[in-house]
Unconditional design. Sequence first.
Length: 259
Amino acid sequence: MVIPLEVRHINGVGWYEEAVQTEGTWRLSLVTYGKCVYWVNGEKLIMEKGELLLIPGDVSYYGKSIPTVTHTQIVVHLQGDHADGLPALERAEALRHRPGCYELIHERMKAIHQQWQERPSYYVMMSQALLMEVLIYVNRELDRGVIPPEKHMHAERMKRYIERHYREKLTKDDLGDVIGKTPNYAAALFKSMTNQTISQYVHDQRMKRALYLLTESQLSIQEIAEFLGYRDLSYFYRIFKRITGTQPSDWLHERPPVI
């Protein structure tokens, strides 16, 4: 069983860390902004946003911020055993990986950190479930083998296009045009790289913006739904509930007071 032992959010330019872990433990880091540098068994690794690093026990490492460069990373120290059936935990050497489904992994890692900070009922069990989900996503990608750089490039171009046009109605035809491929190829590639359909990714981007507008603006829920491209308010409510597990009205109390 995979058990989180410590969860941290590292943020800044003055970070330094050096350690040798004990056998049966791992250190999982996901860089979420900027760059930092690690030396693992004497090998220098410049880690960038979107990359993760899994360091097994008995492997020496140290890491630090790059001067004048701000970075953030979420770090989980975990304990597990080979019986979990996860090849990533059977490696003797460190694993550096750029997951195609970075957004999904990032959301799970953020949720683990939130659980660890707030410590609600059953937070350890929830953190275990989220951590296992992260490791499954990583292992599924490893099972597929090395992903050609061209596929990474196409996936990133499609994601950037969605992030710029998420309020619009987007189809696989649009993304096919973006990467110069057929619509079916674009849709299949997007799903294989992100573990989400185009529609799921679009809704996720919209809900991130919805959360911001619900807490930081004075727009009504109806206005926010229309701004994000939802003409049917009840449909907006269903999507919001499915993705966030809450109702839009649950967030209104966090708005700053009107002066």
